[in-house]
Design a protein around this ligand. Structure first.
Ligand SMILES: C[S@@+](CC[C@H](N)C(=O)[O-])C[C@H]1O[C@@H](n2cnc3c(N)ncnc32)[C@H](O)[C@@H]1O
Length: 189
């Protein structure tokens, strides 16, 4: 099941909003991908010649470097670690897609503080959180937040974008579910 998830996840395209963001912010040179999974976003960044610290508690190295040229591979440094235990290097940007909802609610403020401290001044956080109208709401291992809770968590940042989206869509295992997602772009000020 786990391997199937990573296999499917490895074939997905990078997040469109990340691609747009990088197109419009060519000064971003160093990125941390927190919860990189099979690495669709890390690979995209590596191909743009951005240095990526890819972090995941699962050893995803079988998937992470797939299809990359040697010089692109060298752009990704993988660290196998839980977010709460990882040492985060100083970076221009942190991305964390579909990963922070799996951090225990009581640990989340600590992880967000860690992200904040790892960013250069003016650095960006691109991430998502999930809301209570999501089909998975009620799952004990997953955190669902209200908009106000997200604003409180990110109070040290300037929130540039907080876009709430509800739509039916596929999971990596090709099941249809209702997604309730808050897409975030925030800046360290
Ligand atoms: C649903 S996948 C998303 C992968 C990728 N970011 C993407 O958007 O395709 C979530 C990943 O986050 C990792 N993860 C979740 N919680 C974590 C934690 N507390 N510490 C380290 N990794 C974590 C999981 O192992 C998994 O690979």
């Amino acid at each position: 099941m786990m391997n199937k998830y990573y296999k499917n996840n490895s074939m997905e395209m990078p997040h469109k909003m990340l691609v747009n963001f990088i197109d419009n912010n060519p000064d971003v040179k160093t990125v941390i991908d927190l919860g990189c999974g099979a690495g669709k976003d890390s690979r995209f960044l590596a191909k743009r010649n951005i240095k990526v610290t890819a972090i995941d508690r699962v050893d995803v190295t079988n998937f992470l470097y797939k299809g990359l040229e040697e010089n692109e591979r060298e752009n990704i440094n993988f660290i196998q670690s839980k977010f709460s235990e990882a040492e985060l290097p100083k970076s221009d940007m942190v991305i964390s897609y579909d990963a922070l909802p799996f951090v225990k609610k009581e640990v989340l403020p600590e992880v967000i503080e860690k992200i904040y401290n790892s960013l250069e001044d003016g650095g960006y956080l691109l991430c998502d959180f999930w809301g209570k109208k999501d089909s998975w709401y009620g799952d004990e291992k997953t955190v669902f937040l209200e908009k106000e809770e997200i604003e409180e968590l990110l109070k040290k940042f300037k929130i540039l974008k907080l876009r709430e989206v509800e739509q039916d869509g596929e999971t990596a295992l090709h099941l249809i579910k209702h997604w309730h997602t808050f897409w975030i772009v925030a800046k360290k000020i």
